[in-house]
Design a protein around this ligand. Structure first.
Ligand code: DP6
Length: 361
């Protein structure tokens, strides 16, 4: 879609060396992406809230190679240390983009990346990391060729590139909320990239919290990549995709109206549907832990007792995300402290909230 053989540096007019830094957040899906086809295309549309405090900072430094060869030249550091495993993945990713960005092979590249949260904590670090990198690459293209001046064109391309790195990352490009995947409910929606739906949100969802209860920092027994693949043999796959499509329309209606009860019901039903799909895969697996379930039960009881609109969602892991409007932050934080942090790994809670999206530093 974005292949462009003209994006080649004219070596008779070499660019100055430089650097680009982007800060990009993670996101939390309310309607979940689970199941894909082709090259990173989703089987159903998904909607996420863009977070603010769970972020990745990525610095991309570049200079023209002294000798022209066809290899990707990359020096990579994660949290200030060389990291071979990540470096390999990024080289493979950059190589896969050689028809989109042919100039990458003409440069010596250095990427330094770091997260605001522990990598192992099970917070979706691929979303913040891949979106930050995609944004750096788009800024680099624009700096070298001036081809991405229009902000919408820039965002769309960044979202497309982030998707190729990790599906959910394509939604992190936008402020407040994004939809990825074709749906009749959102004009211009696409399977290739996400679009912003901030203008469709009731104000309630712009001052909205997501406190992440870290139940376990252990590596997951089944990765998201393998989990998506297991959807192919799952007998509930087709009804699931239909369910997600229906819920997308209902969720957007609820978010436009500021209907917290309808929003919260969909959020919780989606989280449990996601984990039900894992339990009905072949082989079956369970990523929730007893503490995840204990938290869920306490949250539902708290909602009944206090009438405070506190809801949960889950990613593909044991951690529980608590969703609630900003007006209740004091009550909910006290509840977490008194009742829930005992279920967390070393009492660890990552406080987060809906944010304004990535920024260039
Ligand atoms: C459960 O985006 O991590 O968080 O495309 O293979 O990188 P890949 O998968 P990934 O899957 C995320 C799944 C999810 C739901 C969601 O974010 O929509």
């Amino acid at each position: 879609m974005y292949e462009n053989s003209r994006l080649i540096i004219d070596s008779s007019n070499p660019p100055e060396s430089g650097e680009i830094i982007w800060r990009s957040p993670s996101n939390i899906a309310i309607v979940k992406y689970w199941g894909k086809y082709g090259i990173q295309l989703p089987k159903n549309p998904s909607l996420s809230l863009t977070l603010a405090s769970s972020i990745t900072d990525t610095r991309l430094s570049y200079s023209l190679k002294a000798e022209d060869d066809a290899a990707i030249s990359l020096d990579f550091e994660f949290q200030g240390e060389p990291n071979e495993a990540f470096a390999k993945k990024i080289v493979a990713y950059l190589e896969s983009l050689s028809a989109v960005f042919p100039f990458l092979r003409q440069l010596d590249l250095k990427i330094e990346s770091g997260n605001s949260f522990p990598h192992s904590a099970g917070i979706a670090s691929s979303a913040s990391a891949m979106s930050a990198l995609a944004l750096c690459l788009c800024s680099l293209e624009d700096r070298l060729f001036g081809t991405l001046q229009d902000p919408d064109t820039f965002d769309k391309k960044a979202s497309y590139l982030a998707r190729l790195g990790s599906g959910s990352a394509c939604r992190s490009i936008y402020p407040y909320a994004a939809v990825w995947g074709e749906t009749p409910s959102v004009a211009g929606s696409s399977n290739e990239y996400a679009v912003c739906v901030a203008d469709q949100l009731h104000e309630t969802f712009k001052d909205f919290h997501d406190d992440i209860l870290i139940v376990s920092q252990d590596e997951k027994s089944v990765s998201s990549r393998d989990g998506h693949a297991l959807m192919d043999g799952n007998p509930y796959a087709e009804p699931r995709y239909a369910q997600a499509r229906t819920r997308m329309g209902l969720l957007l209606d609820a978010m436009k109206a500021g209907d917290l009860e309808a929003f919260g019901k969909i959020a919780e039903d989606e989280a449990l549907a996601l984990h039900a799909l894992m339990m009905t895969s072949n082989p079956s697996y369970i990523l929730m832990r007893p503490d995840s379930l204990a938290i869920i039960e306490k949250v539902r009881q708290y909602r009944l007792d206090t009438k405070i609109p506190l809801y949960f969602t889950l990613d593909a892991g044991p951690n529980v995300h608590l969703l609630y409007p900003g007006a209740h932050v004091q009550d909910v934080r006290a509840f977490i402290e008194q009742e829930l942090s005992e279920h967390c790994d070393s009492g660890y809670v990552q406080q987060d909230w809906v944010g304004e999206g990535p920024e260039e530093l």
